[in-house]
Design a protein around this ligand. Sequence first.
Ligand SMILES: [Zn+2]
Ligand SMILES: [Zn+2]
Length: 280
Amino acid sequence: MRNVEASTVRDVESIGYASACAALRRPGSMDDMNRALLSSLRSRWVNPQPQKWIGHLARLIWPPVCVICGQASDRLEDCCSGCATELPMPRGGCRRCGVVLARDIEVCGACQSSSPCFDRTIPAFEYQRPVAHLIQRFKFSGDLAAGRVLARQAAERWLERDVARPQLMVPVPLNWRRLWKRGFNQSEILCRDLAEHLGGLPWVGALTRVRPTATQSALPADRRAGNVRGAFRLNRLPPGVRHIALVDDVMTTGSTLDECARVLKRSGVARVDAWVVARA
Ligand SMILES: [Zn+2]
Ligand SMILES: [Zn+2]
C-alpha cells in the first residue's frame, strides 16, 4: 500500500518548495510567496483538466443520477438542484469550537476556560440526513460519488459565505493501518476536490498519524483528547505558511482537530481553521 501522506510531501519537496523558497528570499511580500507556492503546486496537484473533460464526456453519455434522491439529475452533477438546496445548513453557535448554541457567539464558556488550538470552526452543513448518510457512504462504503458531492456542495457554501481563504489546506491523516483497510483517506479526497472547486487552493499532507488510535466515535467524550494526544507528527510545511485550514469530514468533540492544530501551531503557523463538512 502506498503511503499517500509521505508521497505527497515528497511531491511538495520536489516541485513546490524551491520556487516558494526563492520567492521568500526575494525582497517582497507574503503575496509573492503565496503566488509562487500556488502556481508550483497547482500544476502538479490541481490539474484536473484532462480528467475534467473525460468526466464531462462520460456524463453526457451516461447522465448523472442524484446520489440523494436517486432520480436523474437536472444538471451535470451527481446531486440534483432540488436536493442541493435542501442540504441542512449549520445552526449558529460558538465560532471557535462550533458547538451548537441558540445564537452565534465568538467564544463559548468551554472555549474560554480551555481554548482549542484551532481558531475557527467552519462547518459546511449540520450533521443530519442526508449529509450524515452521504458521509457514511463515502467513508465506510467507499462511495466516491457521495464524497464528490459533499466536497462540491461544501465548497459552494463556503464561497457563498465568503469564508477566510487559507494559504494551504491540510487533511487530517489516517494511520497507515486504517488507510490500508479503507483504501483511501476521506480527508485527502475532500482536499483534492475542494482544491478544484476553490480555484486551485493548494493542499499538502503535512501531518502523519504516527500511532494507531481507537476510533473516536467509540470513546466517551472525556477520553477522546487523551486518545489522540501525541498521535500526529509534522512532516514538513512550505516556508512562510501562516494560515492553514485543516480539512476533515466530521467534527464531534474536536479532539482530533485540536491535536492536529497543536502540532501545526508548534511549528509557527499563526492561524488554523477547522474546515469540516459537518459539525455533529
Ligand atoms: Zn436529488
Ligand atoms: Zn466554543
